[in-house]
Design a protein around this ligand. Sequence first.
Ligand code: GLV
Ligand code: MN
Ligand code: MN
Length: 405
Amino acid sequence: MSGPRPDTVSGLLAEIADIGRDPVRGGYSRPVLSGAELSLREWFVAHADKRGLEVTTDRNGVIWAWHAPDGSYADAVVTGSHLDSVPGGGAYDGPLGVASALVAFDRLAAAGVGGRPRAIAVFPEEEGSRFGVACLGSRLLTGAIDPARALALADPDGRTFAEALRAAGATPEHLGPDPEALGRIGAFVELHVEQGRGLIDLGQPVAVGSSILGHGRWRVTLSGAGNHAGTTLMSDRRDPMVAAGALVVGVRRLAREVPEARATVGRLVPTPGGTNVIASRVDLWLDVRHHDDATTLALVERIRQEAELAAAEEGCSAVMVEESFSATVDFDAGLRDELCEVLPGAPVLATGAGHDAGVLKAHVPTAMLFVRNPTGVSHAPDEAVEDADAEHGALALARTLEHLA
Ligand code: GLV
Ligand code: MN
Ligand code: MN
């Protein structure tokens, strides 16, 4: 049986198809600094080396692969994405942008395209799946998060980011804003699998991005009284799991009252978490998104009140803490229009998903390209990209980079 050619996007992705598969959840679990994510980083570095790119890993763990033959890194055209995944995610969210960047660079090299220096950047912890804050690498690079706060972030096993960095051989003390690395970027273009149905409905393989929906994450802690499932009368309980259940239903009700809002509880952790144990505490995480940031925050405030009501109803208490917030981002209009000229017929699409490009937008002209996903599903194993669309995406990226060069 012959697989895809090794010099294609699908050929590159086939090389990593077995890394980080999750036999329990299905799909891939590639948390930052896990064995799987570190293997993917090695895979990328090997490919960059093979192409003669100059590879460095900066103080925040962002890998840069440079084509800068004149030794100048100023005003560079940068593309890239991430290799970490959500738990049980698809094969394309992140790696598609990285593999497409390699193929696009191959095309530029074959065509002898010179001009501005160019680089591929691979950002760590884009999903925030392990340490809770999305786009952690780009936030650190740009100074959008205090490094002391980042180092103290803990994963579900209680291991801090500082400890995980040290275990991977990195130097946590070096973490923080990197104006020199950021200052080299003249323009940033991230290619990404589309995470919805826009391109299916339009019958097109590739779109130019217009905006990213504002989004944030909040942790709600519901505290009650741990006790025995068999000996505690139903009338004597203060059960935070019951409050959590009411809150989850309330989140959906309140979000449905706000046109265009999205609110999700995708993770809930009872403590201590035993079948015959009434929990003493439940932590749940809320993801809320809306294009109008004030509307997002107003909805979150209503959910906070709902949490307090649901908790009081059960004799419990509720505390809500913001873990991260990213305002709605409109990509650089000039760059977007240039991409539309380079890619005639490509539609312009907004996205409801977050990206490192959204963080970089506050500092450099930034654009995105989306590649059709025939299932319209993402953050789940069913995420998909047809081989031909992947090649179409890499070609669109190559044309874009060549134009910007
Ligand atoms: C990342 O993909 C997000 O939108 O949370
Ligand atoms: Mn992504
Ligand atoms: Mn994602």
